[in-house]
Design a protein around this ligand. Structure first.
Ligand SMILES: *Cc1c(COP(=O)(O)O)cnc(C)c1O
Length: 413
C-alpha cells in the first residue's frame, strides 16, 4: 500500500496492517481487561518485553494497538501510544519525560488546557520560557545548553498563528533538543510534522481524526528522527538495545501504565471508523473555511478575520508552503457595536459549543470561556480580544453556512 494515495491506504489499513480474523475489515473490539497464559513463562516474557502480547488492558489491548499501528503508519513513525484524551497524551508525555530543574520552550499561543497544564509543570519545578513561535529567532533567543525540548502547535487556536515549523525543527536538530508538535489542527492528510523534523507528534483524536463528536482520544507518535541517547532523563531500565524506542517506552510505562489514562477498546474502534473519512472531511472543511473567511474578510461588521488561508494573514506564506489546506478554524473580531454573545444567539445552523474538528459548524466566545481563567494581559499576550468569536467550520453545504451568518448580521441591524 506504500505507493497508494492517502485515503486508499487509510480505508484498507486496519485489514492490511492488523489482519483481523475471518475476513473482517475492522479489528474486533475486545473488552477483556486480563489475558490468561497457558505457560507461565509466556506471561513473564510479555511482562519483560521479550515477546509481543497483552497482560492487562490499562497498558495495551488489541484494539488500542491496532489504532496505534494505523496512526503510526500514517505519520511514517516508529511507534505510537494512544491515550483516553488529547490532554492525557500531552500530560503523560511531558510528565514522563521531564524532571524538576529542566528548562523547556513552549509556544505562547497554546491550546488553553495545555497552557494550564504548563503552569502545573512550573509548580513541579520545570522552567518554561514562552515565546512567539511564529519566528524561530524568538526560540533561539531563549535556548540554553540545558533546554530539553521545544513544544509548539501547528496552527494556534483561536488566533490562528502559524509556527515557524521548518526553522524550529532545524534549530532543534542542530541543538539536539526534542521537538514536540501538537498536530491536532492539521491532521496527517494536510501536514506531516515529520517533514519539519518533529521528534514527537501529539494529537487529540477527539477532533478531526475521529471527527463526529462521539469519542475522546489522544496519541503520541515517535517519528524516529530524535536520538534518545542524548536525552538524559531516560531511566536506566528503558535504555534497551533499540535506542529508537527509549522515549516511547518511557512514555508507555510511566505515562500510560502508571498514570493510567488508557483509551478504551470501544473508543479505539470508534476513532478508527472516523479516521477512514479523515481526508474527505478535512478537505471539505478547509474549502468551507476558506470560503467563510473570504466572506467575513472585509465585511462591514467584522473588524478582523483570523485565517491562515487569507493572503493578509501574517504567516500565510508559511501555511501555503507547509500545509495542503489551511484548517477549519476561522476566528473573528466583530465591530464594537455588535455584542458577540448576541451574534452567536442569532446563528441558527451554527451551534454554540466548545469543540472543534466536528462535522458540524461550531462557534463560541473565546475570552469568556476557554480563557476566562486568564488575566486580560495574558489574553492580550496570546492575541485574544475580548469580543473574539471562534468558529470551527464543519462539512455542511457552504452556502448554508454563509447564509446563516448573513441572516444573523441582518437580524442585529
Ligand atoms: C482539543 C485539543 C487538545 C486536547 O484534546 P482532548 O482530546 O480534548 O483532550 C490538545 N491540543 C489541541 C490543539 C486541541 O485542540
Amino acid at each position: 500500500m506504500k505507493n497508494k494515495g492517502f485515503t486508499t491506504r487509510l480505508v484498507h489499513a486496519d485489514r492490511v496492517i492488523n489482519k483481523p480474523q475471518n475476513g473482517a475489515v475492522h479489528q474486533a473490539t475486545n473488552n477483556s481487561v486480563l489475558f490468561a497464559f497457558d505457560n507461565a513463562q509466556d506471561l513473564v516474557d510479555v511482562f519483560q518485553g521479550k515477546a509481543a502480547g497483552h497482560v492487562y488492558s490499562r497498558s495495551s489491548s488489541a484494539s488500542s494497538v491496532s489504532l496505534q499501528n494505523i496512526l503510526c503508519e500514517l505519520e511514517e513513525g516508529i511507534g505510537a501510544v494512544t491515550f483516553s484524551t488529547g490532554m492525557a497524551a500531552i500530560s503523560a508525555t511531558l510528565l514522563s519525560l521531564l524532571r524538576a530543574g529542566d528548562h523547556i520552550i513552549m509556544s505562547q499561543f497554546l491550546f488553553g488546557n495545555t497552557s494550564s497544564l504548563a503552569s502545573t509543570l512550573q509548580g513541579l519545578g520545570i522552567q518554561i520560557s514562552y515565546v512567539d513561535v511564529t519566528d524561530v529567532q524568538n526560540v533561539a533567543a531563549v535556548m540554553t545548553p540545558v533546554t530539553k525540548l521545544v513544544y509548539a502547535e501547528t496552527i494556534a487556536n483561536p488566533a490562528t498563528q502559524v509556527a515557524d515549523l521548518s526553522a524550529i525543527g532545524q534549530l532543534c536538530e542542530e541543538n539536539k533538543m526534542l521537538f514536540i508538535v501538537d498536530n491536532t489542527m492539521t491532521p496527517a492528510n494536510i501536514f506531516s510534522p515529520k517533514s519539519v523534523k518533529a521528534s514527537l507528534t501529539i494529537a487529540s483524536l477527539t477532533k478531526y481524526v475521529s471527527g463526529h463528536g462521539n469519542v475522546l482520544g489522544g496519541v503520541v507518535i515517535d517519528t524516529g528522527l530524535f536520538d534518545w541517547r542524548v536525552f538524559e532523563n531516560i531511566l536506566p531500565m528503558y535504555r534497551s538495545a533499540d535506542t529508537q524506542q527509549w522515549g516511547l517506552t518511557q512514555i508507555k510505562k510511566r505515562g500510560l501504565r502508571d498514570m493510567g489514562a488508557t483509551l478504551s477498546p470501544e473508543a479505539a474502534h470508534s476513532i478508527s471508523i472516523g479516521l477512514e473519512t479523515l481526508a474527505l472531511r478535512v478537505e471539505r472543511i478547509c474549502q468551507n473555511a476558506l470560503r467563510l473567511a473570504s466572506y467575513l474578510h472585509g465585511h462591514e461588521h467584522v473588524r478582523h478575520v483570523y485565517y491562515p488561508g487569507l493572503a493578509s494573514h501574517p504567516q500565510h506564506y508559511i501555511a501555503r508552503e507547509l500545509f495542503a489546506g489551511y484548517g477549519g478554524i476561522v476566528s473573528i473580531d466583530l465591530v464594537e457595536k455588535i455584542d458577540p454573545l448576541a451574534f452567536l444567539n442569532e446563528l441558527n445552523l451554527v451551534l454554540c459549543a466548545t469543540h472543534l474538528g466536528d462535522t458540524r459548524t461550531l462557534g463560541l466566545p473565546v475570552a469568556q470561556t476557554i480563557y476566562f481563567e486568564n488575566t486580560a494581559a495574558q489574553r492580550a499576550e496570546m492575541g485574544i480580544n475580548d469580543n473574539m468569536l471562534r468558529f470551527s467550520v464543519g462539512i455542511e453545504d457552504v452556502d448554508d453556512i454563509v447564509a446563516d451568518f448573513e441572516q444573523a448580521f441582518a437580524a442585529l441591524q
